[in-house]
Design a protein around this ligand. Sequence first.
Ligand code: AQP
Length: 327
Amino acid sequence: MRILSGIQPSGILHIGNYLGAMRQQIALQEEHEPIYLLVDLHAITVPQDPKLLRQNTLNAAAMYLALGLDPEKAILYVQSQLSEHAELAWILTTIASMGELERMTQFKEKGRGEERTKVGMGLFSYPLLMAADILLYKAQKVPIGDDQVQHLELARDIAKRFNQRFGDTFPIPDALLAESGARIMGLDDPTVKMSKSATSAYNYIALTDDADTVRNKIKKAVTDSGSEITYGNDKPALKNLLTIFSGVTNEKAETITERYAGKGYADFKTDLADALIAFLSPIQERYQHLLTDEQQLVDILHAGAERARPQAAHTLKEIKEKLGFVL
Ligand code: AQP
């Protein structure tokens, strides 16, 4: 079974990226040969500083490895290293409609505040590039966070339409959502998802945050009214903190809440910060070590692209033949 997902190297990676996507992506390498892309072509749909984009791409590769991705098992590479992604994305623009792209909430949110005519074309067609990533490898399962489900639905529609017009070509891909943590919310606002492009750093716990920063952010994290530590929809901020607590300790949320019967938020927050620090410290050590050898990271990414290239080329050739291109 082919599994594929991507992550934008557009800044820091946060605990939402990990619990919502990267954790299960890495676990899947034990039984499959998944493909994970550092999607720089997606990242440039909003302005990027070139030097920073390069560094963020290497940082994201180092973080995947520090979290346990084994490049012998999973295939990790940079999307722009194989031109087939962009080529297929163009072909898909010819079978998608403006109307279906206009319905995408990410485009609406990221373009908010901009005059409509000024929203970038790349941002608009972003989901088609994602569909191309998936369809290029005929992926059947796509491990993503909840916020990407709408884009996956579009990829499914595009795959079905292509199959109808040109004959059976693509399996219809399914989203693989984490059982818990598929949507981690902002620490400063539990009504919006944790996001690397949040205006305040108090929105997220970066995987690279040091111990003092983690303590400070958890201390400032918003909580709900009342002082009891319970897990439920009536306490969305606490529910989010408990999901994070449970995610980094592998304890059930209910088991955690039992420990805080009769205690207040202060104890809970101190322990949550400690749990996060204990989880992040060894990862950060490996991450820093991996970044000392940039060439090794580049080599791993090149090797990943070379492993993936034959299948990407094969699928694109098949598609071109079906479209009637002279090869
Ligand atoms: N808050 C989240 N909870 C659970 N999963 C999340 N993901 C992102 N945020 C959360 C999942 O992480 C994977 C990689 O995300 P991405 O960087 O490619 O795209 P994104 O969804 O746009 O992530 P951000 O951090 O929110 O970036 P910005 O701020 O640029 O929009 C995806 O599988 C995503 O679902």
